[in-house]
Design a binder for this molecule. Structure first.
Ligand SMILES: Nc1ncnc2c1ncn2[C@@H]1O[C@H](COP(=O)(O)OP(=O)(O)OP(=O)(O)O)[C@@H](O)[C@H]1O
Ligand SMILES: [Mg+2]
Length: 315
């Protein structure tokens, strides 16, 4: 019998989901779990440029790392920002085989604008940097914190479009390599993060469908920030019945708003469990207390264990 399979256990793990659900926290925690298992890990954050502070690297005390190369965060853990311009620069460098010329070219604002304007150029730049890093044997795992939903699909779908136009040469080769890392189930896959609320659950299921249509394997789905609750099922129905039957003259039960939220979360969790798909590894994470970096440590604990399968057993 093979051991448990961790959702981070691939060369390339793309963490995605809608805004604010906990992608950055989950990406950092997956990296931490892999690092604790003795793996060499690179944590990457996809950002439009390197000027803004990095929320991901800030979790490890480095909001503004210098340069475009990976920086050490801890033993066995590096961090990097994946930006279109870093990728374009690496590409030009490889193409021209003369670093200085590439740097000078990238400093030209006009060229930069041109590169960013073509619809797929930013994604191709980001993908090229990713491929460059995947080619290195310095890391067992590259875990990528993707920007909110739409962009996640862009990183996979736009390269395909470009591939139809530019099938050969350095760009074609790099795109094919990147797509293989993202779509080959032996090499990579995506982790979709969501919240226990109706809309986010619906959107995450759609996102999972979109990824699967693009042949990106789903490594797992994470239901994050599930409120803890101490009620038994009969107690839940009793409180619900009381709230439902209350006429306007009675005072509101203390905490009734929180109770309603809990009810919604429980319903959303039911849907998540029922609709995620029997073959999809699910992880449910509590709403926790602590600073952002303390949360990463607590979540890393969760991801150091096997995910729960939709059937209710463990993977
Ligand atoms: N399980 C949790 N319990 C409590 N708070 C959490 C949990 N997971 C994440 N958070 C907090 O929720 C906030 C949003 O998380 P995070 O920044 O990871 O989301 P995100 O999806 O990366 O957001 P964005 O789309 O803005 O990049 C952060 O303050 C984070 O510390
Ligand atoms: Mg984030």
């Amino acid at each position: 019998m093979s051991g448990p399979e961790y959702i981070w256990d691939r060369q390339l793990v793309l963490v995605t989901g809608k805004g604010g659900v906990g992608k950055t926290t989950v990406a950092a925690a997956l990296a931490r779990a892999a690092q604790r298992a003795g793996r060499r890990v690179l944590l990457g954050e996809v950002t439009p440029d390197a000027k803004e502070r990095s929320t991901l690297l800030e979790l490890f005390g480095q909001p503004r790392p210098k340069g475009e190369a990976p920086v050490p965060l801890e033993d066995g853990l590096h961090g990097v920002r994946l930006t279109p311009s870093a990728g374009h620069r690496l590409f030009l460098r490889a193409a021209l085989k003369v670093g200085m010329v590439a740097d000078a070219a990238m400093r030209s604002a006009a060229l930069n604008r041109f590169l960013m304007a073509a619809p797929a150029f930013p994604e191709i730049g980001t993908l090229y940097q990713l491929v460059f890093l995947l080619r290195s044997d310095r890391w067992d795992h590259i875990i990528v914190d993707l920007p909110a939903t739409g962009h996640a699909l862009g990183l996979v779908s736009l390269p395909r479009t470009v591939l139809r136009v530019v099938p050969v040469g350095m760009i074609g080769d790099a795109i094919r390599e990147g797509l293989d890392a993202m779509t080959n189930p032996e090499r990579g896959g995506a982790v979709v993060v969501t919240l226990p609320e109706d809309m986010p659950v619906t959107e995450s299921l759609e996102l999972a469908g979109g990824l699967s249509a693009l042949s990106v394997p789903l490594r797992g789905m994470v239901l994050n920030q599930m409120p803890r609750q101490a009620f038994t099922a009969p107690q839940l129905s009793a409180v619900a019945a009381h709230l439902d039957g209350r006429d306007g003259s009675e005072p509101l039960l203390l905490g009734s708003r929180e109770f309603r939220r809990l009810q919604r979360a429980l319903r959303a969790r039911e849907r998540f469990r029922a609709e995620a798909g029997a073959d999809v590894a699910r992880t449910e994470v509590d709403l926790m207390d602590g600073s952002p970096s303390e949360l990463v440590e607590q979540l890393a604990e969760v991801f150091s264990g096997p995910p729960v399968m939709a059937s209710g057993g463990t993977a």
